[in-house]
Design a binder for this molecule. Structure first.
Ligand code: GKR
Ligand code: MG
Length: 417
């Protein structure tokens, strides 16, 4: 299957004002949709985040893509990273979009699902966790394109529990993650305790403050939540910091796996992390580890070292979601439910024919259809691009949005507590 054309479409999708340690989400999340057109007219699709240089970087590798066989992926990766570097934010990210689209194309041409091209499915359904956020009122979008706020404000432990109940009732999630690092630690500890009281000990809970805490604060919070958490995600920054937190917890008699999608995001960071026993769970993400096969390989490495594995997410639509589903299906060593922001995205912005992919009993069924098993609605894609043209920013700036709408004096400080 020879690739004849590559189409690149930056889009904007409404995003509610959810909080994190850097600030708050802007009214739109920016994504880039990549379409690879094969010689017989089939189209394969990929999706990655969109920042200022994304379209230009994809254009810079166009000549490496056109005319190539869809499954000539080792050499495509070599050539793309030789040109753009292998940084998670550059070559690895650009290659991941191309690789997903190429697998989608090849899968359709061969009549097999992408997970079969990745080695075969290890599971038929992929479990996801409820991804909770502290949140201001509002449903995302702006300037006449405001969306209904189906969740409401969530700035207190009680409101977070209500949000969790809504997520669990709507999608049947069987694990819960809280994006933290937003309020004083005491409030976030109380939120976790109220979640534990509301859902009981059988519901796995995680907390992720994105490096908002010092080593000392992390040890204190980890100790306070010891019996409550299934894992503790990126409480503090860096491999050394995480290792210090783990040593402190062990010294306090607390056994709690530390998870990361921040201090181990590329292969060369695994050896120091293993040497220091800094992380016990890695959240893979094909968007920045360098594609689907890279994360399957990451799974083998995690298995070798006895490191647990989950999957990281950022605001995304159904193309990325289905890539994550095929990847998770083909990763035998996936030891925890995956993250996804998908429930936060408005149905109106979904690109897939048939609308949003259902999450039932907390999981998504792995499709049997060829490729990713999706069809993209070109009108929806065009609407997404029109929104993108109206959005005044080209990079995600949660701190900027925080100052613009909620706190003119806001400065992101990590760690803050
Ligand atoms: O969407 O605000 C967010 C998250 O904080 C996201 O940016 C993180 O990358 O979900 C992510 C995480 O687990 O750290
Ligand atoms: Mg995280």
């Amino acid at each position: 299957m020879n690739i004849r054309d590559m189409k690149i479409t930056p889009i904007a999708v409404a995003d509610p004002p959810v909080r994190n340690s850097s600030g708050v989400h802007e009214p739109y999340a920016l994504r880039t949709i990549v379409e690879l057109v094969g010689e017989d007219g089939l189209s394969g699709w990929g999706e990655i985040t969109c920042v200022t240089d994304t379209v230009a970087e994809l254009e810079r590798v166009r000549d490496l893509v056109i005319g190539r066989e869809a499954l000539d992926l080792n050499r495509l990766r070599r050539d793309v990273t030789a040109r753009l570097g292998n940084d998670p934010r550059a070559g690895a990210r650009i290659f991941s979009a191309l690789e997903v689209a190429a697998f989608d194309l090849a899968g359709q041409a061969l009549g097999v699902p992408v997970c079969e091209l990745l080695g075969g499915r290890a599971r038929d359904r992929v479990p996801f966790s409820a991804y909770l956020f502290y949140k201001y009122a509002g449903g995302g979008g702006e300037h006449g394109d405001e969306r209904a706020d189906r969740w409401g404000e969530a700035l207190t432990p009680r409101q977070l529990v209500a949000q969790a109940k809504d997520f669990v009732a709507t999608h049947g999630f069987t694990s819960i993650k809280l994006k933290a690092g937003v309020f004083e630690p005491a409030i976030e500890i109380e939120t976790m305790r109220q979640l534990r009281d509301a859902f009981g000990p059988a519901m796995p809970l995680r907390i992720d403050p994105n490096c908002a805490w010092t080593v000392a604060t992390s040890i204190e919070i980890g100790t306070a939540l010891a019996g409550t958490l299934e894992y503790f995600e990126d409480p503090t920054g860096g491999i050394d910091g995480m290792a210090a937190v783990q040593r402190g917890l062990l010294a306090a008699g607390v056994e709690l796996p530390l998870a990361t999608n921040m201090c181990v995001v590329r292969f060369e960071q695994i050896p120091p992390a293993v040497r220091e026993d800094a992380v016990q769970v890695i959240l893979g993400d094909h968007h920045f580890w360098g594609g689907l096969r890279a994360v399957v390989e990451l799974g083998r490495i995690c298995e070798t070292f006895g490191i647990g594995m989950s999957m990281h997410s950022n605001s995304h639509l159904g193309v990325s979601l289905m890539a994550m589903v095929h990847l998770a299906a083909a990763t035998p060593w996936l030891t925890y439910d995956c993250d996804t922001h998908y429930p936060w995205q408005d149905e109106a912005d979904e690109l897939l024919v048939g609308g949003k992919v259902p999450i039932v009993d907390g999981a998504i069924a792995v499709p049997d259809r060829p490729g990713l098993g999706i069809e993209v609605d070109r009108d929806a894609l065009a609407r997404g691009h029109e929104r993108y043209l109206r959005v005044p920013y080209r990079d995600r700036r949660d701190d900027h949005e925080m100052r613009r709408k909620y706190d003119p004096a806001w400065v992101t400080r990590l760690p803050r507590w």
